[in-house]
Design a binder for this molecule. Structure first.
Ligand code: SIN
Length: 270
């Protein structure tokens, strides 16, 4: 049996699993962390219920995965920029993460992991969708895979005005990444363009780039690649930005949905 400590309840055969038998508020033993990491590699996004984590416990969980990432511009809690606020209420003009994206892929070294702890949920709605980018790549035809394998794309972000009066932490990021990246742990290939940040495929005409990106952004929307998670207060999700995209649904206006995201640095995609 692969898992001795965890009980794994897959949400779909392709992506997402609810994990039972772990208390994220306590330090994780090496054995427990290793099982969580294996389950993460197998299911890409893990969900945990009833985890009343403090900010300190949330930060400690993030640090178990690696060095923490600081969002370029988002407001944060407790005077600590590693505690990114994810908050939408009746006064919000937009919802964080509304379109399909991989977190801050415009960074030269985009984050590998995001750990979202939702504190307050609306009565209904506010679900998040995740999409499996290995499956998205595998589902492409061989001639298109061959074409994309050789291409790189420009990712940019412009956070100007998105967070009201909150001053940015650093300059807007900009980076070029392979259109198809290889996951550094699993060795699997995945599609790495997203409608949130990818602007232009390099080395081809603008018309060709626009057409290819439009096709790929549409491809990512295929529900066969997706799972959907219903949040409850103190639910936690840990997702792998190297092989997934996600989008947060804003169907609960004017209600409030609120939480904190701790994000973990990744390496340069190859
Ligand atoms: C995000 O993109 O980190 C937000 C996800 C969510 O609010 O569910």
């Amino acid at each position: 049996m692969k898992y001795q400590l965890l009980e794994i309840e897959p949400l779909t055969p392709r992506i997402g699993a609810i994990i039972h038998g772990v208390d994220l508020t306590r330090p994780l033993s090496d054995e427990m962390f290793s099982e969580i990491h294996d389950a993460w590699m197998d299911h890409l996004v893990l969900f945990f219920r009833d985890q009343a984590m403090t900010s300190e416990q949330h930060l400690a969980l993030g640090e178990r995965f690696g060095e923490l990432h600081i969002h370029p511009a988002a407001p944060y809690a407790d005077n600590n920029p590693a505690l990114m606020k994810v908050h939408t209420d009746k006064d919000s003009l937009r919802n964080n993460g509304e379109g399909w994206h991989s977190d801050v892929s415009a960074d030269i070294e985009p984050p590998m992991a995001s750990i979202l702890h939702i504190h307050q949920t609306p009565g209904q709605g506010g679900d998040t969708l995740w999409a499996n980018m290995y499956e998205a790549y595998d589902a492409l035809s061989d001639p298109i895979k061959t074409l994309l394998d050789s291409l790189t794309a420009l990712h940019t972000a412009d956070y100007t005005g998105l967070y009201g009066e909150h001053p940015p932490q650093r300059e807007n990021p900009r980076a070029e990444h392979p259109v198809i990246r290889t996951h550094p742990v699993t060795g699997r290939k995945g599609l790495f363009v997203n409608s949130g940040f990818t602007r232009r495929i390099k080395g081809i005409s603008l018309a060709e780039s626009d057409a290819l990106l439009a096709m790929l952004f549409e491809h990512v929307k295929n529900p066969n690649f997706h799972c959907r998670f219903r949040w409850l207060p103190d639910s936690v999700a840990i997702w792998d930005n190297r092989c997934t995209q996600h989008m947060a649904i804003w169907d609960y206006y004017p209600q409030t949905r609120s939480g904190i995201r701790v994000t973990v640095k990744g390496d340069k995609p190859f």
